[in-house]
Design a protein around this ligand. Structure first.
Ligand code: KG4
Ligand code: ZN
Length: 334
């Protein structure tokens, strides 16, 4: 089954072709980061308009690259939510219209399910069950995953998401948007032991997170030490955030008797997080699975893949609605 995937929930237009027997055939991405950088964050209306400009040329590009034609498609998957309403509508409208014209099914995919299943786009995918650490710009969750759509929430952030904490800290240090990659690059030249920042909820005994206190501690530190100490502050922040993410993820694995841990979402691209998790998990006999680096952040491949898992159950519909807010634990099992 050949599935076209379309991602347009935020500031990246992603498209991909995934074949359930041949695997990923092609994918393409257009990032709007440069456009939003001038504003210090994503401007929703500009994002929607840019998705409109990019989605069809990118789709033509991957069809040409893979030697496929529209007639070869068996279904179309698009991000239905959560995300920016206007941005979601671009991908949903395009996918639904094209599917109707081609008389094939279209299926709306949960963006976080896309992220969570992205490590399965691999020659050696992890088997179910596994614990998933979802760390994106908008979400931080620990999930027990027993199959596609069989998700139990173990814990989540009570305030800021991990990526949001990276972005806000980067902003306080005068770095651009998105802050995660810039902050971790700066941290590499810093001394993490010069300052100690709090590890919120490290010993709370549950799997919930809180990152807003850490951000406030950074603000106080920046005022005291000045931006000249930015590399050391960045290193101390990264140390604290990674410490909490690693400790809670391993505790969730222990609690669920899971031998496999999957990490997904933009913060999953963080090198220090990857190094520490892999090392500390291995010491406990737990294998850690990551998406390909390029599939940590938003992309069309994860939507095409998740869509392919759900396509057999897709009901032909003429009307559709996007879901800017959507709870992952409410999805139906397939
Ligand atoms: O999953 P994603 O692309 O978009 C959402 O669905 O939110 O995640 C974007 C987030 C941003 O907050 C960005 O700063 C963060 O992932 N991020 C990183 C790194 N690369 C991206 N955070 C820490 N270290 C990185 N290397
Ligand atoms: Zn995302």
């Amino acid at each position: 089954m050949l599935v076209l995937g379309v991602e347009s929930s935020c500031d990246e237009t992603g498209v991909a072709l995934y074949d359930s027997t041949r695997g990923l055939l092609a994918h393409a991405l257009y990032s709007q980061i440069a456009m939003h950088n001038d504003y210090g964050g994503v401007v929703p209306e500009l994002a929607s308009r840019d998705h409109i400009r990019r989605v069809l040329p990118l789709t033509r590009q991957i069809l040409a690259e893979s030697g496929c034609s529209l007639a070869d498609l068996d279904g179309i998957a698009y991000t239905q939510g959560p995300g920016l309403a206007g941005a979601l509508l671009v991908g949903a409208g395009m996918a639904r219209a094209l599917a109707y014209a081609l008389d094939i099914p279209a299926v709306g995919v949960h963006h976080l399910e896309g992220h969570m299943l992205s490590p399965l786009i691999s020659d050696k995918p992890p088997e179910f069950p596994f614990v998933a650490l979802l760390v994106s710009g908008g979400h931080t969750q620990l999930m027990l995953v027993e199959g596609v759509g069989r998700y139990t929430l173990l814990g989540e952030t009570l305030d800021d998401a991990a990526g949001e904490a990276f972005d806000k800290t980067a902003q306080l240090l005068g770095l651009g948007y998105p802050g995660g990659p810039a902050l971790s690059k700066l941290a590499a030249s810093g001394d993490a032991s010069r300052f100690t920042l709090p590890r919120p909820m490290l010993h709370s005994g549950d799997f919930d997170f809180s990152f807003s206190g850490l951000k406030t501690a950074v603000l106080t530190l920046v005022k005291k030490a000045g931006v000249v100490a930015a590399p050391d502050i960045a290193a101390a922040f990264q140390d604290a955030a990674v410490d909490v993410l690693v400790t809670k993820s391993l505790a969730a694995c222990k609690h669920s008797h899971a031998r496999r841990l999957v990490v997904a979402g933009g913060v999953g691209a963080n090198t220090q997080l990857r190094e520490r998790l892999t090392r500390e998990a291995a010491a406990r006999g737990i294998a850690v699975f990551y998406p390909r680096m390029e599939f940590c952040t938003d992309n069309g491949a994860m939507i095409a893949f998740a869509g392919a898992q759900r396509m057999a159950h897709a009901a032909p519909e003429l009307t559709f609605a996007v879901k800017p807010r959507w709870d992952l634990a409410t999805l139906e099992a397939v």
